[in-house]
Design a protein around this ligand. Structure first.
Ligand SMILES: *Cc1c(COP(=O)(O)O)cnc(C)c1O
Length: 251
C-alpha cells in the first residue's frame, strides 16, 4: 500500500491548507486554537489514502456507508489501531450492530429506534458510543435529520441509555443558499444545543455537561461553521480531492 509520490504530495498540501483554514477561522472568531477537531471524510477513498493521511498526523476519519467502511477499517486497523472512526451517513436499522461494534462516534442519529438498537448492540468491552443527533435545520429543503421539535425527546432517549454518550448535534444545511442562510442554519443548531443542555440540566446534570459537540461545516463552508461554534468539521473533498459523481450522491 505504498502511495504514489505525486498524490502524496497533493494530499500533504491539501492537509496543510485545511489545517491552516481551521486555525485562521478560529483566530478570526476569537476561539482557542485546537477547539475544532477535523474529521477527515474518507468515503469513496481507499485504505491507502487513509493511511497516507494518518501518516501526516490525522487521527479522526468519517465514513458514510457501512459496507464500504468495514473492509477499509479492518485494513487500516492492522497498521494504525490508533485511529478513531466516525459514522456520519444515514443509518438503516439492519446496520446498527456493525456501527455499534466498529465505530467510536456516530454523528447521524435521527430516530429513537436506531438509538436504542445502537445502545443495546454496543459491546460492553468498549466505552459508551459517542453520539450526535442529526437535526434537519433546513425544513422541507432537506429530508435527513430529525425535526427540531423532536430533538429533545431523542436526546432524553440517548442520555437514558448507559451504552450511549450524547455529545451534541450535527447538521447538513441544504446546499446553494448563500452565506446568510447558511449562517442562520448553523446558529439554529448552536441554539438548539444550548436549549437541550438547559432542558437536561436538572434531571441529567452529568449528561448535560457532556454536551460539547457541534458537528457542522464541510469543505466549502467550514469557516462559517467555526464562526458559529462548530467543534467538529467534516471535510472530504478539500483533503482527498473530488469524488466520482455517481458515488458522491447520497445512495
Ligand atoms: C461527504 C460528506 C462530508 C464531506 O463533504 P465535502 O464537501 O467533501 O467536504 C461531510 N459530511 C457528510 C455527512 C458527508 O456525507
Amino acid at each position: 500500500m505504498n502511495g504514489d509520490p505525486i498524490r502524496d504530495e497533493a494530499l500533504q498540501a491539501n492537509y496543510a491548507r485545511v489545517l491552516a483554514r481551521i486555525d485562521e477561522a478560529c483566530r478570526r472568531s476569537g476561539r482557542p486554537a485546537g477547539s475544532v477537531r477535523l474529521v477527515a471524510v474518507s468515503k469513496t477513498f481507499g485504505a491507502e489514502r487513509v493511511l497516507a493521511l494518518a501518516g501526516l498526523g490525522q487521527r479522526a476519519f468519517g465514513e458514510n456507508y457501512v459496507q464500504e467502511a468495514l473492509g477499509k477499517m479492518a485494513l487500516c486497523r492492522e497498521r494504525r489501531p490508533d485511529l478513531s472512526w466516525h459514522f456520519i451517513g444515514p443509518i438503516q436499522s439492519n446496520k446498527t450492530r456493525q456501527i455499534a461494534e466498529q465505530f467510536d462516534w456516530v454523528h447521524s442519529v435521527e430516530r429513537e429506534k436506531v438509538a436504542v438498537r445502537l445502545g443495546e448492540q454496543r459491546p460492553a468491552r468498549l466505552g459508551p458510543l459517542d453520539c450526535c443527533i442529526q437535526v434537519n435545520v433546513s425544513g422541507e429543503a432537506s429530508k435527513s435529520g430529525c425535526a427540531p421539535e423532536a430533538a429533545l425527546a431523542l436526546a432524553r432517549a440517548i442520555v437514558a441509555h448507559p451504552r450511549l454518550r450524547l455529545r451534541g448535534l450535527m447538521a447538513i444545511p441544504e446546499p446553494g443558499m448563500g452565506e446568510a442562510v447558511l449562517r442562520g442554519r448553523f446558529a439554529t443548531l448552536r441554539r438548539m444545543l444550548e436549549e437541550i443542555r438547559e432542558a437536561l440540566s436538572s434531571d441529567w446534570p452529568t449528561a448535560a455537561r457532556a454536551l460539547d459537540a457541534l458537528s457542522m461545516g464541510m469543505s466549502a463552508d467550514l469557516e462559517v461553521a467555526i464562526d458559529e461554534g462548530a467543534t467538529l468539521v467534516r471535510v472530504g473533498s478539500a483533503l482527498f480531492g473530488s469524488r466520482p459523481a455517481a458515488v458522491a450522491r447520497d445512495r
